[in-house]
Design a protein around this ligand. Sequence first.
Ligand code: IMP
Ligand code: MG
Length: 178
Amino acid sequence: MNGDIERIIYDEKSLAGVVERLAGQINADYQGKELVVIGILKGSAVFLADLFRKLECSCTLDFMAASRYGSGTVSKGKINITKDLTADIRGKNVLIVEDILDTGNTLSYLKEYLQGFDPESVKICVLFVKPSRRTKDISADYIGYTIDDLFLVGYGLDYDEKYRNLPYVGLLKSEIYQ
Ligand code: IMP
Ligand code: MG
């Protein structure tokens, strides 16, 4: 285990099981339909790589990036789109894939932005939700885990751009961010 990690919260087996369940739900809902999957960089990259390979509908992949966190563990105010959509989503079914729905600032902004292109539908798939920190009226359609207000790293999730490569999701030792 990485020496900066206090303990593992979700191991590889648990994550694989959750990805399997989410893919099953998405496959059932979009059977026979076309889907544009939009991964939100960078946090969703590892989760999305696993999820996308389990999707069975006809789907395309695009990415967006939005800046939100600096090096702290507390959410900052404004959202900036730092990488925009390249796909034409007018009339399409869109699935946003994101790592965490925390305060909801990022996803409510991005969902509204995407709805401006007049898609057929926009749904959200997240690996984690932290309900206790929600400030925006937004919910996810596909949820991996509902968690307490803990700062997690690994499996794509970072602290100061690090730890995304850990194959598990863990709790960082408090001395790392204090
Ligand atoms: P929101 O806009 O407050 O909902 O923030 C969502 C974004 O904050 C996520 O996409 C993550 O990038 C980041 N974030 C929130 N909680 C965590 C965490 O526990 N670990 C790593 N990143 C987090
Ligand atoms: Mg993120």
